[in-house]
Design a protein. Structure first.
Length: 129
């Protein structure tokens, strides 16, 4: 459910900030019923959407262009703030996932938990282009 929340939160931001600028919003998932395989695919789509938002911001002088859908105005739209918000939100939930696994007796392998914080290693695995 937590991973589905991450995807759905990304979708909300992509829709709010990107739709008006031509960024396609992925479909949300049902956090109670989504299958693991569907969720992994959905997370990849929403990851691409977040990357498109940040790319849009960089191409627009370092700021995600304002959109009519962004009515809250509680997040500064410079790329640094947007990126920091997304990283903090997802890190918080990664910690929750590890904690819940431990509390329910399903402790994750050390290489998995350590790997969550090894971004350089993960970045090397991501295809570019």
């Amino acid at each position: 459910m937590i991973a589905a929340h991450l995807h759905n939160a990304r979708c909300m931001w992509i829709k709010t900030l990107g739709r008006e600028h031509g960024i396609t919003t992925p479909a949300r998932v049902d956090h109670r019923r989504v299958a693991r395989r569907q969720l992994v695919a959905a997370l990849k789509r929403s990851s691409n959407g977040i990357e498109a938002l940040l790319t849009l911001g960089l191409a627009s002088g370092g700021r995600v262009p304002p959109s009519r859908g962004y009515v809250w105005r509680n997040l500064s739209l410079d790329v640094g703030h947007v990126l920091t918000y997304f990283v903090a939100h997802e890190a918080h939930h990664r910690g929750q996932i590890i904690m819940v696994a431990r509390q329910t007796g399903h402790r994750l392998p050390r290489e998995t938990t350590n790997g969550l914080w090894q971004w350089k290693t993960d970045a090397a695995k991501v295809p570019r282009g």
